[in-house]
Design a protein around this ligand. Structure first.
Ligand SMILES: Nc1ncnc2c1ncn2[C@@H]1O[C@H](COP(=O)(O)OP(=O)(O)O)[C@@H](O)[C@H]1O
Ligand SMILES: [Mg+2]
Length: 415
């Protein structure tokens, strides 16, 4: 029999790629990655599901691949979300505690968070996620967990993610159409941070920058809490488009050239000069040969633009010179050569590429920054840092009754 209750499924629903990971949380408490599935995404624009039917198909394929690899069956998944309409804001709540034993209980914690979530929202918008930052008990700040403490006044500061109701609902619809339930929806940079930051980085101040195909997202951490988040409509596809336009070559060629030779620091390309690139032309013109430096001259301004927006946002949010643990780059777009070096110059902070930490697994190929978000979802679920939307209205898990049938279905395909 497949194990039903000791595994967690993370589904990173990106504009470019849909990634499913199945982790076993059985023995030593550290999630072990058992299965991985990847499919090219459909039905998303700039991080948002715009066509749930189209998005469901790659979800199904990614999940089936992960199920086959792990021999486990997925029923309910933790999904990432992105999109520039999602907004992060900070708020505070305060309540009086008057229990007979004066000890703070779970009900008080829930009540103070509810108080912090009283905000005015535009019509059709909702609170999608709430991340507690710190609790203050009778004026004593810096408390992570006030449960059981003595006190009469409880305060909390929170980071709230809001967005149009349709953003989360379309994700749930797409996942349901793929025959699965949604356990929770988590902001992508928060998921990416969960798997890539060390405890010190979280404590002393750092920023995770996740560069996807059409979006780049930011999450700032300090004192072990999410302090600020933002999402921008810029990403790796802009580099590809710039190459296609600048070198007059078709998009698939531009993508290949970017991955094989792309570099966003002209001085780095200069040091490795001698490399030349064959560029196929559009229509029937013969291919041309170009130096790598010309490619960098195309890519560097775009990288400076994307990182420049993030730098402005960090300053606007008041975190300039506060990120002493530096910058962590994740997502497919972070794979382009020279980006950490350029980021170090722009942010004037130590910069590294973020690899997923705190997981083990037979699948050694998950040790790649492109899986940071999918693995982060698993880690958030594992530490219980997620809410549960299992009973969200409109969830339709009609294929779910047949988990065993699905197991049979893919076993049938294998043999
Ligand atoms: N080796 C690489 N070098 C440069 N860019 C890459 C590389 N691999 C992937 N990318 C880019 O990463 C982007 C997709 O990143 P991903 O994290 O999968 O995005 P999404 O969250 O949008 O699904 C694409 O623009 C792709 O071109
Ligand atoms: Mg992504």
């Amino acid at each position: 029999m497949p194990k039903q209750d000791t595994h967690i499924i993370g589904l990173d629903l990106g504009t470019t790629r849909t990634t499913a990971v199945i982790a076993d949380t059985g023995d030593d408490g550290r999630p072990e990655i058992m299965g991985l599935g990847v499919a090219e995404s459909q039905g998303l624009r700039k991080g948002v599901v715009v066509n749930p039917d189209a998005a469901a198909e790659p979800i199904r394929r990614a999940i089936e691949e992960a199920e086959r690899m792990s021999g486990l069956i997925a029923e309910s998944v933790y999904v990432s979300m992105s999109g520039t309409l999602l907004k992060g804001l900070n708020n505070r709540g305060i309540i009086a505690v008057n229990n007979s034993d004066r000890k703070i209980n779970r009900g008080d914690i829930k009540r103070v968070i509810d108080t912090a979530c009283v905000i005015s929202l535009p019509g059709g918008h909702e609170i999608i996620d709430v991340q507690p930052q710190e609790y203050i008990v009778d004026g004593q700040d810096g408390i992570n967990d006030p449960l059981g403490m003595l006190g009469t006044r409880l305060e909390v500061s929170v980071h709230i993610i809001t967005g149009p109701i349709t953003v989360r609902q379309n994700i749930i619809t797409a996942v349901n159409r793929a025959g699965l339930l949604v356990s929770d929806v988590i902001l992508e940079p928060i998921a990416a941070a969960e798997s890539t930051l060390t405890a010190d980085e979280r404590e002393y101040g750092s920023a995770v920058i996740n560069i996807g195909g059409e979006t780049t997202s930011l999450a700032i951490y300090q004192r072990s809490a999410v302090m600020h988040t933002a999402i921008f409509p810029l990403g790796g596809s802009h580099f590809t488009n710039d190459i296609a336009f600048g070198l007059r070559t078709p998009i698939p060629e531009a993508e290949r050239i970017k991955r094989s030779y792309g570099c966003v620091l002209a001085s780095m390309a200069l040091a490795e000069s001698g490399d030349s690139i064959e560029v196929p032309s559009v229509s029937r013109r013969p291919p041309r040969t170009l130096s790598r430096e010309i490619l960098c001259e195309i890519l560097q301004p775009r990288a400076e633009e994307i990182l420049g927006h993030i730098d402005d946002e960090i300053k606007r949010a008041g975190f300039e010179r506060q990120l002493s643990s530096g910058i962590i780059l994740t997502g497919g777009g972070a794979m382009i050569a020279g980006l950490p070096e350029l980021a170090e110059q722009i942010f004037d902070s130590p910069t590294r590429v973020g690899y997923p930490l705190n997981v083990s697994g037979t699948t050694e190929n998950v040790n790649n920054p492109i899986y940071a978000s999918a693995i982060g979802l698993v880690l958030i679920a594992h530490r219980g840092g997620a809410h549960h939307f299992n009973n969200v209205a409109g969830q339709n898990g009609k294929r779910l009754g047949s988990a065993a049938a699905r197991m049979k279905e893919w076993l049938g395909k294998m043999f």
